[in-house]
Structure formats: C-alpha cells, structure tokens
Write a protein that binds this ligand. Structure first.
Ligand SMILES: *Cc1c(COP(=O)(O)O)cnc(C)c1O
Length: 383
C-alpha cells in the first residue's frame, strides 16, 4: 500500500533558526510580558493585515485562539450573569460556546446557509425577533477560515439590533473577503488561532485584531491580570500572554507565509479541477482562503460514509469538519443551562455530507490526485 497521507503536516522553522532565536532571547534575558520579540511580531502582523486597507488595524497576541475569544467576549461584553445568550453557529468549533460560558453567557445555536455553510442571517433575525432582550451579542464565524460573503450584511444586522459582533476567524489568517481585503478588520474584532494545525501555525498562540486601538489596549491588560502600566487592576483579567519564543516562531512563520499559502491554494485548485464532475460541492469563497483543508459535500450521507471509509482504507487521513455539530455534543445536547437552539436542519444536513480532505504546504500533486481519485471512487461505487 502507498504511504499514509496525513490530514495535517505542519511546516516549522528549522532547528538552526530556532537555536538562533533562543540564543537572542537568552541574551536579552526577557522571556515573556510584552518583550522585544512579541512587540516585533505584533508590528509585523499589523503591517501584514493592514497593507491593503485604508484603515489601521491593531493586534494583540495571546496564548491561544481560545484565549483571544475569551478576552474579546470579556472586554467587549463584560462578564454576564448567566441569564443572556450569544448567537453563534452550531457548525463551528467547540471553543466558541466554551468562551461564551467562561464569560457567563449561554450559546444560542443558529443555523447555517446551505450555499456557503456560513451562519444564516435569517436564522439570526428570527432569534432576535422572538427574544431580543435575551441576546447580548453575536459570535459570528468565518466558517473554516473562509471569508463570509455576507460580512457587510452581518455588520448591518449587528448595528440595527445594537449588538456587538465578535468574529471567529481562527483558521483564516491570510484568507480574504470577497472584496480582496484580508480577514481581520471587520466587526468589533476578529480573532485568529496560531495552533499548529492551522495554516499559520506556531504551536500554541492566537491574536485579536481590531480597528479599535482602545480595545486592543484593554485586551493587553486583560491578558496580564487586568493590570495597567502601574500594575493596578481596573478590570477582570487572567494570564494568557504569548511567550517570547512563540513570538519568535511567529516572526519566522510570517516571513514565508505568502509562499506557503500560494502552494496551499494550488492544492485546493487541483482538488477542485480533479473533482469537478464527481458530484461534490465546495464552499463558496474558499478559493480566497488560506486553505485550512479542502472540505466538500457529497450528494448523500451514504456517499459520504462510503467516501470516508474508502479514504481510510487507502491510507488517506480525512476529517469531517464540523461533525458532530456543537448542539449534538453531549455537553450541549443534554440542555445545559439556558442554552438555546434554533432549527438546525441545514447544519445537520451539511454535517451528514461533509468530508474534509488534507491540504499541506508544498503538497505533492500526485498525492492530491491520489486523494481525489479515491473520493471519486467512493462517489461512484454506490451509483
Ligand atoms: C482552532 C479554532 C479555535 C481555537 O483556537 P486555539 O488556538 O486552538 O485555542 C477556535 N475557533 C475555531 C473556529 C477554530 O478553528
């Protein structure tokens, strides 16, 4: 059997480069708490994300994407009394409702749109029309790191109902909205994850990005116990800072990012071309993303199960993002707290048909064709 194709294959800076970084950090004798590497990393991220924008974006880096979500919710909404809810998709990663609950808010799971698998505007509107006073804010997602084609309409909805809009763009560092701008500048803020599994991975890390400088200052206090410059606390905080070594890795990863993203996009285009008449559909605007993975929907749940089985038998690691959807995880399905659920039939339908194919930096073309051929076999063998 040919060798196994892993779902994720991170590329990391060389150990020689990292040895240089460690040397510099030890020379400076500064390991965390907004040191020189962290400052440089923040500046580089601001330049990268802001380069084609007319407005300035500001960045705070944190210990993880989850920490960034918790900080965003805490700094924008304040601590809740566990009696109000945040609208969020069930078709997302479990860190999103967890960030809400850690801040004293319960999730209200809304549905997604079958066209683009992003949160559904009319599902949100229905929730608001029935129970506006129960809702404290919106935790939107750029699903699978892909820029939401309706982002402007979400900003309008949030404004109309006077609700904060926090956007989880975790897997989408380097992705673009349909107007060509990088993810990062929309809503009240956007958060990213730099987990090793993401296209921009440093191990563990995350960022919160906003056009609101004051919010970023507040987040930097939040992640350092709520301390201001005189080490006096004016707000709830915690420790969720990024270490100097992680920031150094981030700087190395950022310098080669565009080249790696280009090869990931080529991999995605190759999948799409190879599967054009195989009976699978891809996500709208995914071609402009950093390609966390290549997710596609088969025509039926039976076909998906067959495709998944054949992939495994042929040594190809695939996943099903995000199956099970959040509302079917036992913690939520048992009806925890005041957790609410809209009609989630599109979410359940997409989850029953989705399969996520591997994309690596510098993935071999013949490996992509091998995966696509197996998917094609799975799609055909039942018909
Ligand atoms: C990865 C991910 C997170 C969590 O980020 P961590 O850095 O692992 O804490 C949150 N939301 C989404 C959508 C993700 O994909």
């Amino acid at each position: 059997m040919p060798s196994e194709i892993p779902f994720i294959k991170p590329s990391f800076p060389s150990s020689a480069d990292l040895a240089n970084d460690i040397d510099e950090i030890v020379q400076s004798n500064w390991y965390t708490n907004f040191g020189p590497k962290e400052k440089q990393f923040v500046g580089s991220l601001e330049n990268y994300l802001g380069k084609e924008l007319s407005k300035q974006v500001s960045v705070a880096v944190l210990a993880s994407g989850t920490a960034a979500l918790i900080a965003a919710t805490s700094c924008i909404l304040g601590r809740g009394d566990c009696d109000r809810l945040l609208l969020m998709p069930s078709f997302s990663f479990i860190a999103v409702p967890q960030a809400a609950i850690w801040n004293g808010y319960w999730p209200w799971f809304i549905d997604i749109d079958s066209d683009h698998w992003q949160p559904c505007l009319s599902s949100a509107r229905m929730a608001l029309e029935s129970s506006r006073d129960r809702v404290a804010g919106i935790l939107l997602a750029n699903t699978l790191g892909v820029g939401n084609p309706e982002i402007g309409r979400w900003e309008d909805l949030a404004k109309e109902w006077e609700l904060p809009l926090i956007i989880d763009s975790a897997a989408g560092f380097g992705s673009r909205y349909q107007d060509g701008s990088h993810l990062g500048s929309r809503g009240d803020c956007e958060i990213f994850s730099f987990h090793a599994t993401k296209p921009f991975g440093i191990g563990e890390g995350g960022a919160l990005v906003s056009t609101n400088r004051q919010l970023i200052d507040q987040v930097n206090q939040f992640q350092n116990f709520g301390f201001d410059n005189s080490r006096v606390s004016h707000q709830l905080g915690m420790n969720s800072k990024l270490s100097e070594l992680s920031a150094a890795i981030g700087l190395r990863q950022l310098s080669g990012l565009d080249g790696r993203l280009a090869t990931r996009r080529q991999a995605y285009d190759t999948y799409r071309a190879a599967l054009i008449d195989a009976g699978v559909t891809f996500q709208q605007n995914a071609e402009n993303s950093s390609q966390f993975c290549a997710s596609c929907c088969t025509e039926s749940p039976e076909t998906r199960d067959r495709v998944v089985q054949i992939l495994a038998a042929q040594g190809v690691q695939a996943r099903q993002y995000y199956n099970p959807p959040l509302h079917l995880h036992p913690y939520f399905s048992k009806g925890i707290g005041f957790c609410k659920m809209s009609d989630l039939s599109v979410t359940e339908d997409i989850c029953s048909r989705i399969v996520s194919l591997p994309i690596h930096d510098y993935m071999e073309k013949r490996d992509i064709h091998r995966v696509a051929e197996v998917v094609r076999q799975g799609c055909q063998s039942g018909s």
